[in-house]
Design a binder for this molecule. Structure first.
Ligand SMILES: Nc1ncnc2c1ncn2[C@@H]1O[C@H](COP(=O)(O)OP(=O)(O)O)[C@@H](O)[C@H]1O
Ligand SMILES: [Mg+2]
Length: 360
């Protein structure tokens, strides 16, 4: 077990071009479960592979347990990786698949058998140890791949989209298993995903990346409640936060023909930022919709009825270019074409700089 530090670490595939990972700074504690999340191509896999020793660290350093990994070959880093495509050996049994990395290391047979048996127990694979991978479900095969990593008892686990090949239901179950397994083993783990729900439900802390740059590194709750910029605000949360760049007036911000009231503190923060427009962020559940006549008028275009709640998508009537998503009660009877009026309270609003996107 060990702490992991990215110290202004960069990977530059093409000299002169923008680095795939740019001066990444992260301090990951011993035993922590950290998730790297961001859209495709943002540098998640590259950052992980730099730690694994599968990509160069072109600038800066990465330290595992205080030791600089620059120039250290992958096999000497004491890490284990699980990928999306975790090819198992089809002709070996589950037990033999897990045993293989230990055998390669020249570990004595009795010790290997013990480790495989223990990993089998931890992963609920005991009854499958003598089966071939083809006789397992996708989720069970994924667990064998995890087992192969666990038996090595590494200092750090690295996982790159390990659940992408599973169907939705299996993914939810396996993600809970991985999270609880990680807690039990207490091994520092870095998990890569493009799925923000996976990131929010699994990580102690989540690093949000965009175009090779770290946007925010924080707990799921903090990312949700205090996103550092409009990108994080829009990326974390489903459906996404409503974001409106609108003019600031005396008492608040103008939206859909109404004034959304802002507190004195919010107005003075906007004026110290020196801007005359502001990006307002309102989460779907921060809109309340009712039939009263005051408030911001909107028309519903799509209703997503989920049973427990319903998401209403539509546009503001006074400014149809602005779309809305509102989280409402399930089975409210809302229908396409309905007109609703929306309210929100100022203390729930998120405010961002209209150009830089930074939180105000
Ligand atoms: N081997 C490579 N050579 C050149 N560019 C690469 C290579 N691998 C990845 N990239 C580029 O680096 C960026 C980050 O890629 P990657 O880390 O795979 O993103 P992610 O895992 O977040 O989808 C992308 O722009 C990608 O095209
Ligand atoms: Mg990737």
């Amino acid at each position: 077990m060990a702490e992991v530090v990215y110290d202004a670490a960069s990977r530059i595939y093409t000299p002169g071009a923008k680095p795939a990972v740019n001066k990444l700074n992260l301090e990951i504690s011993d035993g922590e479960f950290v998730v790297f999340v961001g859209p495709s191509g943002c540098g998640k896999s590259t950052a992980l592979r730099m730690l694994a020793g599968l990509e160069e660290i072109d600038q800066g350093a990465i330290r595992i347990g205080g030791k600089n990994m620059v120039g250290v070959p992958s096999r000497e880093r004491d890490i284990a990786m699980v990928f999306q495509n975790y090819a198992l050996y089809p002709n070996k049994t589950v037990g033999e698949n897990m045993d293989f990395p230990l055998k390669m290391r020249g570990m004595p047979k009795a010790e290997r058998e013990k480790k495989v048996r223990e990993a089998g127990e931890v992963l609920g694979l005991t009854e499958f140890l003598d089966r071939k991978p083809r006789a397992l479900s996708g989720g069970q095969r994924q667990r064998v791949a995890m087992g192969r990593a666990i038996v090595r008892e590494p200092q750090v686990f690295l996982m790159d989209e390990p659940l992408s090949n599973l169907d939705a239901k299996m993914r939810v179950g396996t993600r809970a298993e991985i999270a609880s397994l990680q807690k039990r083993l207490g091994v520092t783990t870095i998990y890569v995903t493009h799925d923000q729900v996976e990131a929010m439900t699994m990580g102690n802390r989540v690093a949000v990346l965009k175009l090779g740059e770290l946007q925010q590194f924080a707990s799921p709750a903090e990312l949700y409640d205090k996103p550092k910029n409009a990108f994080v605000a829009g990326f974390i949360g489903s459906p996404a936060m409503n974001l409106y760049t609108v003019p600031v007036v005396e008492e608040g911000a103008k939206l859909g023909g109404q004034v959304v009231p802002l507190t004195t503190a919010q107005r003075s923060a906007i004026s110290s930022a020196g801007v005359s427009t502001v990006t307002l962020g309102i989460r779907p559940e921060q809109w309340s919709a009712n039939g009263s006549s005051d408030g911001i008028a909107a028309e519903i275009a799509v209703v997503e009825e989920l049973g427990s709640d319903a998401f209403l998508y539509g546009n503001l009537i006074d400014d149809p270019s602005q779309s809305i998503v509102v989280r409402g009660a399930g089975r409210s009877g809302a229908r396409i074409g309905d007109k609703i009026t929306l309210h929100t309270t100022s203390d729930e609003l998120h405010l961002f700089h209209p150009e830089t996107g930074e939180r105000i």
